[in-house]
Design a protein around this ligand. Structure first.
Ligand SMILES: NC(=O)c1ccc[n+]([C@@H]2O[C@H](COP(=O)([O-])OP(=O)(O)OC[C@H]3O[C@@H](n4cnc5c(N)ncnc54)[C@H](O)[C@@H]3O)[C@@H](O)[C@H]2O)c1
Ligand SMILES: O=c1ccn([C@@H]2O[C@H](COP(=O)(O)OP(=O)(O)O[C@H]3O[C@H](CO)[C@@H](O)[C@H](O)[C@H]3O)[C@@H](O)[C@H]2O)c(=O)[nH]1
Length: 569
């Protein structure tokens, strides 16, 4: 397209003025046909065409003015300059050199559009259909109100929905049609039976494999996307092999490494993509097929291929290592509070050693989310199953340290408030397990709230994204807290429309999720509205503690020395 555009422009410039109308009409017809094709093939959006048409018309008018010698007040002097300096006196034509600027601009602008479009057009070759048993989920994905909050997700869905992205309940038909099937179902920690509280429940993966074996009518690649115990692919393969039509399936492991809140960025620019497969010629061929899908947007050198078991286990190890860093720094935060050292200074000092690195060393009230605890427990259980007790104990300590950190925080709150919070209003700022998500699975805030409720506090929660029903559901599922186990639960926990309402009349405020908006609050105003002494408990170390103390707050933060306790600071 750019070459066609540039070529026609050059042609137009060397043809005598009186014939340019013919070239102009030909160029217009060429553009209309080419653009219609590109919109139909999803290479341009209608909006891009609209912008292009406006720019094109402006360009054409400027050229017309130039060619006819007319000039507006603004364009006139520029055109006069151009006529005087650029048009050849002998031929009356535009020299090639004068075309350099529009050509270069054209190549850069249109070319960069095209590279971008080429990227998406490759992806459009692939039809993706997400199927789920849950009608509620599928309806939400097809609506304006997506079932999860994730920055940038709306745009990604809008771009492809109905073009090459579909959400459907028709699992059987979609299995039949697919060449590659990703199993991405939940694999929660077992709640009963053998390994309860530690082993991952892979029942849903097996059910998917059975469904695929039952309804498939052609050979397929089946990809384990869910996080699973090592050697799950063996079970999936056994089930698939039992199909009665003699179909051949190749099972691959392709664990997901995205984190919530940064999911789109992680998807577009992953640190690596891991694909594990059987090392037979068929297995290697299947792995190569999946590699070629990712290679549409991920550089090949970042796509690793391994055997099945290394891939499955790498996912658990990655999460265990990440969580271990959080528990390690959290253990040091307790030592800081006891000695007068400052955990932020320690993080900076040790993180500048390249071998340690700066990332994932933020001390907090503990890690939460649907993955870390579940996956470490999964690893612990695997170690136990293989008789590796010392290894199991080692990784279990990461969880114990996390439990300790959550408990330590709520106990400190009670201790600071004169050993009682009974009947006191406490504002909880942030309920999601981290910022930029509305997810509350295993959120550390919930454990702090539970501890404070058991001390008979009145809790007022504000979180910009968490839905009230999700808060109740998770409290029930994970903490067994519901109106039948805690009388008056719904009146003891209020959800507030904003941080100011939550803090109004409160004895303390606790920041439990690191939402950026909490840093911008008017703390002078909040201080005036609170009961005195007014306590701040910063569970994420995001506030300016010196400024808060100047206002009059009593501030306690994770791993930060208390100036009242250490006179030598
Ligand atoms: N959430 C994350 O950020 C994340 C990141 C990396 C890996 N993972 C892993 O991905 C997997 C899924 O996690 P999630 O957070 O999306 O879980 P989720 O519970 O949010 O979603 C799982 C979905 O699977 C559906 N489902 C269950 N059984 C099914 C079946 N037999 N057929 C069709 N649909 C079925 C459920 O209805 C549900 O909508 C887990 O193994 C998890 O460890 C999650
Ligand atoms: O320095 C840190 C970093 C994180 N956290 C906490 O750790 C938890 C997990 O955070 P994060 O890892 O950013 O979010 P997840 O969405 O749980 O992502 C993890 O779990 C996913 C599911 O397996 C993996 O795909 C990701 O790679 C892995 O980072 C959250 O409560 C964070 O607040 C800290 O306390 N301090």
């Amino acid at each position: 397209m750019s070459l066609g555009f540039i070529g026609t422009s050059i042609l137009g410039s060397v043809i005598p003025v009186e014939h340019r109308i013919v070239v102009g009409l030909a160029f217009g017809a060429y553009s209309a046909i080419a653009l219609r094709y590109r919109v139909r093939e999803h290479l341009h959006t209608v909006e891009q065409v609209a912008v292009g048409v406006v720019l094109g018309v402006m360009n054409a008018l400027a050229w017309l003015q130039f060619g006819m010698g007319a000039g507006s007040d603004v364009a006139g002097p520029v055109l006069a300059y151009a006529r005087e300096h650029w048009v050849s006196a002998e031929t009356g034509l535009f020299p090639y050199s004068a075309l350099a600027i529009p050509i270069v601009v054209g190549i850069v602008v249109v070319g960069s559009f095209e590279r971008r479009i080429a990227f998406y057009s490759k992806s459009f070759d692939i039809r993706v259909c997400v199927v789920d048993l849950s009608k509620k989920q599928i309806d939400a994905w097809n609506s304006r109100d997506l079932p999860i909050y994730e920055p940038g997700l709306r745009e990604v869905v809008d771009q492809s929905l109905g073009k090459n992205l579909f959400f459907s309940l028709d699992i059987d038909s979609e299995i039949k049609m697919a060449d590659i099937i990703f199993i991405s179902v939940n694999t929660p920690t077992k709640t009963q039976g053998i390994g309860a509280g530690r082993a991952a429940n892979i029942k849903n993966c097996e059910l998917c494999a059975r469904k695929i074996a039952e309804v498939s009518e052609s050979d397929k690649i089946v990809v384990e996307k869910s996080t699973v115990p090592v050697r799950t692919a063996q079970a999936v393969n056994r089930v698939l092999e039992c199909n009665e039509k003699g179909l051949k399936f190749q099972v691959l492991s392709n664990p997901e490494f995205l984190a919530e809140g940064t999911a789109i960025a992680d998807l577009m620019k992953p640190d690596r993509v891991l694909i594990g497969g059987n090392q037979s010629p068929e297995g290697l061929k299947a792995a190569e097929t999946l590699v070629s899908v990712y290679a549409n947007w991920v550089p090949r050198e970042q796509i690793l291929t391994t055997n099945l078991w290394s891939s499955e286990l790498s996912k658990l190890v990655a999460n265990a290592f990440l969580a271990q860093r959080v528990s390690s720094i959290n253990s040091i935060s307790a030592l800081c509070e006891a000695t007068g050292a400052n955990v932020s200074e320690i993080t900076r000092a040790v993180g500048m050693d390249d071998r340690i690195g700066k990332r994932f060393l933020n001390s907090s009230i503990g890690f939460g989310g649907s993955c870390f605890q579940k996956d470490i427990l999964n690893l612990v259980y695997l170690c136990e199953t293989y008789g590796l007790k010392e290894c199991a104990d080692y990784w279990n300590q990461v969880i114990l340290m996390n439990d300790y950190q959550k408990k330590r925080f709520s106990e400190k709150m009670v201790a600071c408030m004169f050993n009682t919070v009974t009947g006191k209003k406490i504002a909880i700022l942030g309920y999601a397990f981290k910022k930029d998500t509305g997810d509350v699975r295993e959120t550390p805030s919930m454990f702090v709230v539970r501890d404070l409720l058991l001390e008979q506090a009145q809790i007022h929660v504000y979180d910009p994204q968490v839905k009230r029903e999700d808060m109740w559901a998770e409290m029930d599922y994970t903490c067994d807290l519901n109106p039948s186990t805690y009388t008056g639960l719904e009146s003891a926990v209020t959800t507030s429309p904003d941080a100011y309402a939550a803090c109004d009349g409160a004895h303390a405020l606790a920041v439990l999720t690191e939402w950026d908006e909490f840093k911008e609050l008017d703390f002078e105003h909040i201080y005036k509205s609170m009961a005195k002494p007014a306590f701040v408990f910063d569970g994420r170390n995001i506030l300016d503690h010196d400024a808060l103390r100047k206002i009059g707050f009593e501030v306690h933060a994770i791993g930060k020395p208390d100036p009242n306790k250490f006179s030598d600071l």
